[in-house]
Design a binder for this molecule. Sequence first.
Ligand code: HEM
Length: 473
Amino acid sequence: MVATTARRVSAVPLAPGRVPVLGHAPALLRDPLGFLGSLSRYGGVVQIRLGPRAVLVVTDAALVHTLLVALARDCPRGAVQDTLKNAFGDGLLMSDGSAHRDRRRTVQPVFGPDRMTAYVPLMQRVAEERIGRWQAGQVVDVPKEMNHLALEIVTRALFGARLREDSTIAFHRALPDMVKGQIVQSLYPHPAFARLPLPVNRRFDAAVRVLNRVVDQAVGAAGEAAPADGTLTALLRGAVDPASGRPLTEADVRSEAITMFGAGTETISSTLTWFIQELLDHPEVAARVLDELDEQLEPGAELTPEAIERLGYTRSVAHEVLRLHTPNAFLMRTATKQVELGPYTVPAGTELLYSLTALHRDPALYPDPMRFDPGRQQPGGAPAAGRHAFMAFGAGKHKCIGEAFAWAEMAVAAATILRRWKLTPVPGVRTREVVWTAVQAQGLRVAVTPRRAAARNGLPSQGTLSCPTEATR
Ligand code: HEM
């Protein structure tokens, strides 16, 4: 029935602005979010050309949900993740089908709700250690500090390990080259292009080597000191692959580790950076967050999952930050057989692309979408249009496995930083978006003053953040 009424894919509107040979690739690379965000006005599914390849961009939230949930089996991951698969193996972020299902079951226990009881105080300790190194009056590079914090939390919580400072720095230096390579390689007309000695490929390969070295440090070699009980390393080394009946290989262990580092650090650090930027821009929101932290958390007490639950307003703020600054700029799927997507029949082999960031900035879902308003996320706030208006963590079988971990981490990091330090923006400096496959937050610098000292010196009594000057806005 559907097949007879469905329209052929050639009826999908073609986005304007295509140039000879390269198609829409220059527009996509020049301003990914501007370009992807502009497409919803042409339809819920829009065709673009990346060089010789035709790609369908899904701009309608309900259709993105259909693609991720109802069509998940027939539309596995596409070119962007395949690049990583070649470099890092079959970790959860790269795999599909039964291999993915089995691995997800194996890994799931480290993200179980019972684990949060141990993770939350550990996250607090790591955050206190890191921000405890800040000196009064120091100017702090916020994205860099948040990168280090997020990497350290994942390493210690999931792997029970500590990275050396030089490894942490190497990791963060290598990541952008890896991500750039990932996106450029996914646009190549043929995978063999990734083997050409182009600068982007060479930097990608070098970054992969660095990342693998850092991962080796986190998981240690098999047979070295036994990994601590309950860690992901111990879980993976004790697991059996249901398909082969054999223990997982060391390559599998490393692949899962790089997955967690890749998926669980930059997403968090850019969200935390934007969280701070939005509080600097909205002192009334900052004051309310701080009031809630003071009212709901006992001074000096260890944080618990229950204590975090009480931070309802802080969570609404984090929710709105994730809506407006959704880290995953674009993700892809490939149809492995013919499927029906909304009004269209999509043939096997079609590549489909969607941007969660662009979706969350669509005025059809969120009126005045670029306005930061935590009220939208509160009970009784203006509801977003449509049931699938918020998908920062994805949907379906690949939905973020670290979602609960991420919410807890954002609340713990925000509470720990804001209760201890007053943050004052450096004039003229603010966060900017740098978009590859992820939306990175770069540039924010703040001067830090201990909060108690700030109050003693007569600085704003509510303030953990001081109002930015006009020059910084
Ligand atoms: C603000 C923070 C985060 C956001 C917005 C986020 C977002 C996402 C999204 C959109 C996906 C789905 C990707 C797809 O469909 O292809 C995903 C998957 C995943 N995320 Fe997260 N993530 C966050 C934090 C984390 C953390 C902290 C971890 C781990 C420590 C993590 C681990 C993963 C893994 C392993 C997957 C792959 C799941 C699978 O395919 O089964 N993420 N994440």
